[in-house]
Design a protein around this ligand. Sequence first.
Ligand code: AMP
Length: 392
Amino acid sequence: MIILSINAGSSSLKFTGFDMPSEKVLISGVFERIGIDGSFYTIKLNGEKIKKEVELKSHEDAVRILTEELVNYNIVKDLSEIKGVGHRVVHGGDKYADSIVIDKNVTDTIRELFHLAPLHNPANLMGIEAFQEYIPEATAVAVFDTGFPQSMPEENYLYAVPYEWYEKYGVRRYAFHGISHQYITEYMQKFLGKENVNLITCHLGNGSTIYSIKDGKCFDTSLSFSTNSGLVMGTRSGDIDPFVVPYVMKESGMSMEEVLNTLNKKSGLLGVSGVSSDSRDIEDGIKEGNERCILAQKLFVNRIVGYIAKLCCPLKKVDAICFAGGIGENSIMTRKQIIEGLSSLGVELDEEANNVRGEFKLITKEGSKIPCYIVPTDEEVMIARDTYKLID
Ligand code: AMP
């Protein structure tokens, strides 16, 4: 059975076609710069990467072209062979803990939550609507990034603000990247051969998040109300005192929108280094002795170590600390610095084992109090699995 796994962003649409239940990837790719000059798409199949430049006015254009290419490249003879389309949806509020077949109630809820995820939910919905038009017979499934962390206990997700803010306005800690953390958890459950795993899962990429997993369920996270919370990210500040915002507005004359935009797009590794949001550029800068790159990396690692330490405590016993995401899977230097920062927890790096990129591996010494692993994540297959489960 063929299932498509879709991740629609504001100007991009990523897709992977799976044969299920074998989970074999048949085709994958991304449409980029949708609605912007210079749009193009790339397709990967049979180990080849094909790039085509084409005008993409909307997500609908991207989906139309994708459906044509699926036939052109013989992935399907007829679109009716695609039985399911799974969509990553960033914000499900506290309404959805599990993935769900999309009907009007679901699309209405995604729309109602636009104000909580203004950059993500509108794009996710555009993707859903375009596929409903071109492949209407396929079962459409919403897989929520906020789903897995719904198991957090009240004391972890509530803020100490007037309780009505939560009841009336939905002000609480949500947490994102849930699909990735769930994948890592399920992978480790299989690897360790038990359901009730206690883990610290670190998804470190352009966006970075850490979860604590207690008895196989999300217990707490580094995240908060918005996608700008928690760790230092590529361009996002992570945690700051909310009183910084009105203070900077007053001192600089910037509007609230300008300050928030700066916190989202011009902060993090980019803001501190003044060089780049990309951790590879930061590493290059460090090698050249660039002081601000060194400082940006110190801030990045410092927040990660702090959150891991905080999240470890309530778990009592931690079965493993896991690293995933572009940085977590590939940056030998960052993993080394984090693990060295955790030495007071009795964690001991195995330098030789750590000298790898992008493969599942134990990277701590045998005597380490908590073993650390690289666990390459796979959000696409997680979306395909949930979609497959929900097809009659
Ligand atoms: P993601 O958002 O998960 O795609 O991760 C993107 C981040 O991963 C960027 O900051 C990249 O610089 C980083 N990254 C990817 N490959 C490497 C690598 N080989 N070494 C260090 N960082 C990397």
